[in-house]
Write a protein that binds this ligand. Structure first.
Ligand code: NAD
Ligand code: LMR
Length: 329
């Protein structure tokens, strides 16, 4: 293979999501079946041995596209030359922890990682933050990387997008491939707003096909928004394979583009569109082309949607204030 490999840095590589993610990156699902990759794994020191075990398994797959694996507990090493950075490792909320404690603990992770990306990543680096609270962690990392264009820092809303696709598919009895232009707005939290008002189902307005506002308000929106908690309740652990799959989808779409006539949802720095304060990392409908994304403009936002978008954006503003108060941004 003569093509230069793409450096993909994955943090939290020994965790649950890491285990579901790395094999798919190495087999070509992240960037394409003809794109060689080099994996650079970041873990905390006590988890290095487990990361080495995963690397041994990756070796044992003999993936033709995998050009090497480096493992480190130093962000300056792991992000060196990174073209794609998947920030998965985060401090989970433990018993007795307040939200402020969680934000502070994650600040201790995402601030130095943002700095390391700033100082060592490749000029074309694309960053996806998965570790929760993903949108605000992305903001912390971005603030620590002033030399990297702000729009390269994104947070993962694709799992929510995919969850919404399936719920709408089940309700309407339509294949996923027939559903277009669904949007998730806001935060990756229970306040997020999955919006079907611009979506189409087999070419028809999804809202008209559904024609059931009660289902929308009392079933669809809360089912999607609280799905993460429902998975934790059912599995005894947070979603892992579906989260890894969404991370693959997010980066694949960002790099390779959205299909004609469709869009996706990404957490991205707001440019003020749709009344979302500038700089907040919030979910928007976006199209992607040539490795860049653009917010879909000109959508009518009805009263039902407006109230829900505003509520989620308010939560993001509160998170931003909290991390500002902690000196993290
Ligand atoms: P996990 O606990 O199984 O793994 C996390 C890994 O991160 C661990 O191996 C840990 O050692 C590592 N880690 C901790 N601090 C680190 C640091 N400073 N540098 C590098 N690695 C570090 O958790 P998981 O199930 O893999 O989930 C990871 C994160 O993803 C969690 O925050 C979870 O809430 C979040 N998540 C987000 C979404 C989303 O849609 N955005 C979905 C599911 C899970
Ligand atoms: C999910 O949406 O599945 C996760 O973000 C839930 C969580 O809190 O880890």
């Amino acid at each position: 293979m003569t093509r230069t490999p793409v450096n993909v840095t994955v943090t939290g590589a020994a965790g649950q999501i890491g285990y579901a993610l790395l094999f798919r990156i190495a087999s070509g699902h992240l960037l394409g079946a003809d794109v060689p990759v080099r994996l650079r794994l970041l873990e905390i020191t006590p988890a290095l041995k487990a990361a080495e075990g995963t690397a041994m398994e990756l070796d044992d797959c003999a993936f033709p596209l995998l050009q090497g694996i480096d493992i480190s507990d130093d962000p300056n090493v792991a992000f060196d030359g990174a073209n794609v950075a998947l920030l998965v490792g985060a401090r989970p909320r433990t018993k007795g922890m307040e939200r402020g404690d969680l934000l502070e603990a994650n600040g201790g992770i995402f601030k130095p990682q943002g700095r390391a990306i700033n100082d060592h990543a490749a000029d074309d680096v694309k960053v996806l933050v998965v570790g929760n609270p993903a949108n605000t962690n992305a903001l912390i990392a971005q603030a620590a990387a002033p030399d990297v264009p702000a729009e390269r820092f994104t947070s993962m809303m694709r799992l929510d997008h995919n969850r919404a696709l399936t719920q709408l598919s089940k309700k309407t009895g339509t294949p996923i491939t027939e559903i277009k232009r669904l949007t998730i707005w806001g935060n990756h939290s229970a306040t997020q707003y999955p919006d079907i008002f611009h979506a189409t189902v087999a070419g028809k307005s999804a809202a008209e096909v559904v024609n059931d506002e009660k289902w929308l308000a009392e079933d669809f929106v809360p089912t999607v928004a609280k799905r993460g908690a429902a998975i934790i309740e059912a599995r005894g652990a947070s979603s892992a394979a579906s989260a890894a799959n969404a991370a693959i989808d997010h980066v694949h779409t960002w790099v390779n583009g959205t299909a004609e006539g469709d869009w996706t949802s990404m957490g991205i720095p707001s440019d003020g569109s749709y009344g979302v304060p500038e700089g907040l990392i919030s979910s928007f409908p976006v199209t992607c082309k040539d490795g860049k994304y653009e917010i879909v403009q000109g959508l009518d936002v009805n009263e039902f949607s407006r109230a829900r978008i505003d509520a989620s954006v308010k939560e993001l503003e509160e998170e931003r204030e909290a991390v500002r108060g902690l000196g993290l941004i």
